[in-house]
Every structure is written in C-alpha cells, then in structure tokens.
Design a protein around this ligand. Structure first.
Ligand code: DX5
Ligand code: ZN
Length: 218
C-alpha cells in the first residue's frame, strides 16, 4: 500500500452553495481550486476573493491550480492567503525557477503543471525546486472531459525521475479521473488525484472519495 491523496475539484460543485459543497468532501485530503482567467484557458472561474472565502469555509488544505497567464505576478498572492500548495503552468511562467522559489519563500508548497502535450524532459533539472508536479490528463479548461491515456508514459517517466531525484515530490494527475482511470494513473506512478465530476456528480461524495482511494492502491 502506498500513500495516495484525493483532491476533489470544486469546479464541478454548485458555486451558489459553496459552503455546503465543501462539507460534502470533508473526508478528502484537500480541496482543489481551479483558477481560470479566460486567457490561458478558454474559461473563467474565480480569483483571490473567492479563494479567500473558500479558505474561511473549510478546514481542508487548499490546492490552488492556476490556469492563468502571468502566474509570476499572481501566484504569490495565493500563497499569502494560506494555500497549502500553489500550482502554476510551465507554459505560462516566464521564470519558473524563480517563481517556484518565491512560492516556497511565501510559505506554500511550490507546484508546476504540464499540459498533455508539454514534454517533461526540459523541466527535469528543476524537479528539486518543486514539492508537487501536476501532469494534466485532459486539456485544461473544463471538467468532465475523458482521461487522455497518451499521458501514461509521461507519468511513468516522471515517477522514475522523481524516485531518482531523491526529493519528496508529489506526482499529481488532473482530468478525467474515475474509479477506472485512477487505476491506470496509479499504476503508472501518480500518487495524488484530482477528481471533479466523478466526486461531485456522485450521489454520495464521501463514498466516491473512498472508492477512488481504494482503486488508487498500486
Ligand atoms: C480542468 C481542471 C480540473 C477539472 C477536473 O482544467 O483543471 O481540475 O476540474 O474535472 P474532471 O475530474 O471532471 O475531469
Ligand atoms: Zn485542476
């Protein structure tokens, strides 16, 4: 048995009832918050004031996924709110090493995300700057898309690189995670799973979280 974590994404929650929707996932390891700016991705969600409100409404750690342009400018403010981790996209960051260091200096875990077609290899040397690597298993922007199996070899390569680095780095996957796809992602080496529609679309979210956890054992 390996340690795994389930981070439900509130993107699939009812935004008019956020406090109750956070209650539904109290058995999760953290809440995944998708920040979209309508530029980096073709969708617009929420920003700092709503994240601040979410922080007050839950005792769960906050995992902030920034799908925005210019994370170099905006990401540290999410750290200052008290987020447990802040993830920026490699494709959007102007200076990813500087930003990763800045996030740690602002007291949060530094995390970087790669879209499905972004290669891992150019970023391997900066793994020690990261507490978490997020490999997107859908094109970012929307919940409810099917899991992209083409990312599996990249998950396997990332697992090898992380193990070889000797550093403690969480390997997160995000997009299309269900009780079926989570088995393949876990077998490939992921240990942290974001799930939106499969948790919030379930009648019993706690049951969905525990089913995902059971199926994520490698
Ligand atoms: C997609 C977001 C995901 C999304 C996942 O761009 O980053 O976090 O909420 O939703 P599902 O699990 O439905 O694919
Ligand atoms: Zn996300």
């Amino acid at each position: 048995m390996t340690n795994c974590a389930i981070h439900p994404s509130i993107l699939s929650a009812d935004f008019a009832r956020l406090a109750q929707e956070l209650e539904r996932i109290s058995s999760a390891d953290a809440v995944h918050v998708d920040v979209m700016d309508n530029h980096f991705v073709p969708n617009l969600t929420l920003g700092l004031p709503v994240v601040e409100a979410i922080m007050k409404a839950t005792s769960l750690p906050l995992d902030i996924h920034l799908m925005i342009e210019d994370p170099d400018r905006w990401a540290p403010a999410y750290a200052d709110l008290g987020a447990d981790s802040v993830t920026f996209h490699a494709e959007a960051a102007k200076a990813p090493v500087r930003l990763a260091r800045e996030l740690r200096a602002h007291g949060t875990k530094s995390a970087m995300a790669l879209k499905p077609a972004t290669p891992l290899e150019p970023y391997l040397d900066m793994l020690p700057e990261l507490d978490m690597l997020l490999l997107m298993t859908v094109e970012p922007g929307f919940g409810g898309q099917p899991f992209l199996d083409l990312v599996i070899p990249k998950i396997e390569r990332a697992r090898k690189a992380i193990d070889g680095s000797g550093a403690t780095i969480t390997l997160q996957v995000d997009g299309g995670i269900t009780t079926e796809t989570i088995k393949r992602a876990a077998a490939a080496g992921a240990d942290n799973f974001v799930a939106g529609s499969s948790v919030y679309g379930a009648a019993d979210a706690a049951e969905a979280i525990s089913a995902l956890r059971n199926n994520a054992q490698r």
